[in-house]
Each structure stands twice: as C-alpha cells, then as structure tokens.
Design a protein around this ligand. Structure first.
Ligand SMILES: Nc1ncnc2c1ncn2[C@@H]1O[C@H](COP(=O)(O)OP(=O)(O)OP(=O)(O)O)[C@@H](O)[C@H]1O
Ligand SMILES: [Mg+2]
Length: 217
C-alpha cells in the first residue's frame, strides 16, 4: 500500500531521512518511534506528499512521488486522514462544521454529509456538542474531533503525528483507543509517538528511527 524505496530527504541544514526502505501494508497499525529530530514527521509528510524525496521514491497505492501532479495530490489527500498534535481545528466553526468540511469541499450532498457527520460524532461521544465552537473544546475533545475529521473521508490510512502529544494521560488513552477502533474497522493507522507509557502493552508493529534512519522495522 505504501512503499519507501531508498528514500533520502535533504533539508537545508540537516538530513531528514537517509536511505529509508520500508513498507506499510493495508489495514495495519504501526507505530513510528524515535527521539526528537529522528525523522518521524518527515516520514509521515512524505506519505501525503507534503514533501518529496531528494533521492529515491515513495509509492502510495498507485501514486508515485516521481510523477505525481498537483491535481493527483488533491485526489491522494482525499483518501488519507491526517491527525495533528495541535489538532488544527477551525476555532470559530462548530464541531459539526469542522468534521463536515472535508466533505463540503469535495462536493458531497448535504443529506449525506449530515448523516455521515452525525454518525461519527455519535461514535466519538460528541453528538451533543455538535453546535459547540471548536475553540471552546477541551484538548481531549478537540483531538477526538480531529480524528472524526480524518475518518469522515473514509480514508484507507490515517497518519497521526504525535496525536496525544498535547493531552493528559486519560484523554491520551481515549484517543489511542479510538484510533485502535478505527483500525479494527479496516483503516490502516500510522502513528508517530513519544508516548512510550501509553503504548507499552500494545502489540502493534514498532518502527524505530534514529537520526534519519530506520533501526528496526
Ligand atoms: N522544514 C524543515 N526544514 C529544515 N529542517 C527540517 C525541517 N523539518 C525537519 N527538519 C530537520 O530534519 C530532521 C528530522 O525532523 P523531523 O521533524 O522529521 O523529526 P521528528 O522525529 O518528527 O522529531 P519530533 O519528535 O521533535 O517531532 C531534524 O534534524 C529537523 O531539524
Ligand atoms: Mg515530529
């Protein structure tokens, strides 16, 4: 589903990745672990083609970093859910509007949007907050909305970059369990994290990075 072949990324003052080879399979749940600056975010950004390899190639389904166009990147991102450490909700829009936005942008019918968004908000326990402005949510609630916005597109993969990095331990567990549930329903999840305590008993694959290299996959 996702394949890195001899991928290096040169940044202006440092090397982001150095000759990385790794594959992710359909429907898997993998952690990307490693110290700060080891290349975790760089790896995730390559998958949604926010950046390109300096050398090598990244293949995501039938899209290749070698020959993707701007139009195809939009298509690719319709099929990938992204969850950020800092949530990136639109503060003055409601919970409903934040989750609906990817569907509105992609021109889905209003009835479909209402049904789909309400079902997901029900799933994450925030149906009663659908009119609340995102800016007034607690951090744990905000991240649940961030996840809802990522899954509403029915993506084949969710990329989560330190999704619990700003959360207290209880909210972290809730958010992690939500990602596990989504994965059980058939969506791959790739989660970069520092939160070793949170994942200590999780049986998932662990990709260990250091200094732009993969030490273990
Ligand atoms: N936009 C950028 N411009 C220049 N250098 C960058 C950029 N992004 C990352 N780097 C450098 O690339 C290396 C890998 O960074 P990356 O953000 O991928 O690490 P990370 O593992 O996600 O770290 P963290 O745990 O702190 O989020 C670091 O040395 C970083 O300074
Ligand atoms: Mg990072």
């Amino acid at each position: 589903m996702i394949k890195f072949s001899n991928v290096s990324v040169d940044y202006p003052y440092s090397e982001g990745l150095s000759n990385v080879n790794v594959e992710f399979k359909d429907k898997e749940f993998a952690f990307v672990l490693g110290p700060t600056g080891s290349g975790k975010s760089t790896l995730l950004r390559l998958i949604y083609m926010d950046i390109y390899p300096t050398n090598g190639r990244v293949d995501v389904k039938n899209w290749s970093s070698k020959k993707i166009t701007a139009r195809k990147i939009r298509k690719l991102r319709k099929n990938i859910g992204i969850v950020f450490q800092d949530f990136r909700l639109i503060q003055n829009l409601s919970v409903f509007e934040n989750v609906a936005l990817p569907l509105i942008i992609n021109g889905y019918p209003r009835k479909y949007i209402k049904r789909k968004v309400e079902a997901i908000l029900d799933e994450i326990g925030l149906l009663n907050s659908l009119r609340q402005k995102a800016g007034t949510l607690s951090k744990g609630e905000a991240q649940r909305v961030g996840i809802a916005r990522a899954v509403v597109k029915n993506p084949f993969v969710i990329l989560a970059d330190e999704p619990t990095g700003n959360l207290d331990p209880d909210s972290s567990v809730t958010v992690f369990n939500l990602l596990r549930k989504i994965n059980k329903l058939g969506t791959a999840v790739i989660m970069a994290t520092h939160d070793y305590l949170l994942i200590k008993d999780a049986p998932n694959r662990r990709i260990l990075m250091d200094n732009g290299k993969i030490l273990k996959k």
